[in-house]
Design a protein around this ligand. Structure first.
Ligand SMILES: Cc1ncc(COP(=O)(O)O)c(C=O)c1O
Length: 362
């Protein structure tokens, strides 16, 4: 075989690899069950009606899905009171985020986002050939919106605001977000990534859809992976004004959203009462976990998501190892901190016990 390999794009060379949360494991003989608190998933089984819809759709595997996602688009249009022309679906909201970058940015362009934030942003930016401009979070682990606005240049094409932010859980409020949006030029797209929207309880954190209604350059990203519990089926969507939504429909992988995902998303939207009950229980668990951590002496940033952030610095990896030894898998960011999903009460209890013991040793 020839020694020469096909030419690949140079941009790919420095792309960081996406690290998925480590999977949980069944209990080894005599060992603890490994609960997975590493990917911000929902611990509940599918909502009522979802399995039935998915099972019915499974009989038609031999057919391609509805490429236009007609049923789901109609449901979303009613649910959010937005025209169909302003909606686009994709393979998870990360898929839609990648399409947004493809539609706006290429070599020579800049994409701004806070750091640390969702780890897919640097990857999808680099794939497009655009440059990342990472703006450090404030000392309180919140988006520094003034610094982000200052970072905008005539090369900026897109700004992500992850609200609440993954992995810190912190959210930006209406007044500061509006002030920031006032400073963003009209030809720069602002993507409000609201993957955890349903878990927000602070009334001052705005619903991005309100902001989209007033501003032509705002796009809202949502997902069925978190509160709706459909992470494994890969479906997310954007609400954006027509030119942006149309660009998303152009850049979509044809037939990317399976019929199973479409049916499951529709059934989940129709089970909203049950969904809100489950989210309410997770939010109560979140309060219990945060209160207990603070009582143990930890500094925990105010979280509006289904996870908590502990800035552990050099103790990050040993802390994650201690959790794993006791049966909970969490998400370490070595040298920085750990992100721990609020999951089943038993799993949260184990995490709290490990945190308490670890704290005493610090
Ligand atoms: C902030 C944020 N946005 C988007 C996503 C992507 O979710 P999905 O592609 O499953 O919709 C995640 C997942 O962890 C996330 O944390």
């Amino acid at each position: 075989m020839s020694e020469t390999s096909p030419k690949l794009r140079a941009e790919l060379e420095r792309i960081p690899t996406y690290k998925p949360g480590k999977p949980g494991k069944p209990a080894a003989a005599g060992g603890p069950v490994a609960y997975k608190l590493s990917s911000n998933e929902n611990p509940y089984p599918p909502l009522p009606g979802v399995l039935e819809s998915v099972s019915a759709a499974a009989c038609d595997f031999n057919r391609y899905p509805d490429m236009a996602c007609t049923g789901l688009m109609n449901e979303l249009s009613d649910r959010f009171g937005v025209p169909l022309s302003d909606l686009a679906t994709g393979t998870g909201s990360v898929g839609v985020a990648q399409q947004l970058i493809q539609a706006t940015s290429g070599p020579g362009d800049e994409v701004i986002y806070a750091w640390r934030s969702f780890e897919a942003y640097p990857i999808i930016t680099q794939i497009s050939g655009a440059s990342s401009v990472q703006v450090p979070l404030t000392a309180g682990d919140v988006h520094d919106l003034d610094a982000m606005a200052d970072a905008i240049t005539d090369r900026t094409r897109l700004v992500f605001v992850c609200n609440p932010n993954n992995p810190t859980g912190t959210a930006v409020r209406r007044a500061e977000l509006e002030r920031f949006l006032d400073r963003v030029p009209a030809d720069v797209l602002v993507v409000l990534d609201e993957a955890y929207r349903e878990f927000i309880r602070d009334p001052e954190v705005p619903d991005g859809v309100e902001l989209y209604r007033k501003r032509a350059n705002v796009c809202v990203l949502r997902t069925f992976s978190k509160a709706y519990g459909l992470a494994g089926l890969r479906v997310g969507f954007a609400i954006a004004h027509e030119p942006v939504a149309a660009a998303l429909r152009k850049t979509a992988v044809p037939f990317g959203v399976s019929q199973l995902a479409q049916e499951a998303a529709i059934a989940s939207l129709r089970a909203e009462d049950e969904l809100l009950g489950r989210v309410g229980s997770l939010v109560c668990e979140r309060t219990r976990v945060v209160d207990a951590l603070r009582a143990q002496g930890w500094t925990v940033p105010e979280t509006q998501a289904n996870f908590v952030w502990l800035r552990l610095g050099e103790s990050t990896v040993p802390f994650a190892q201690a959790c794993e030894e006791h049966g909970v898998v969490i998400r370490p960011f070595p040298g920085e901190g750990v992100r721990v999903t609020v999951g089943e009460a038993e799993a949260n209890d184990i995490f709290l016990k490990v945190a308490e013991a670890f704290r005493r040793e610090l």
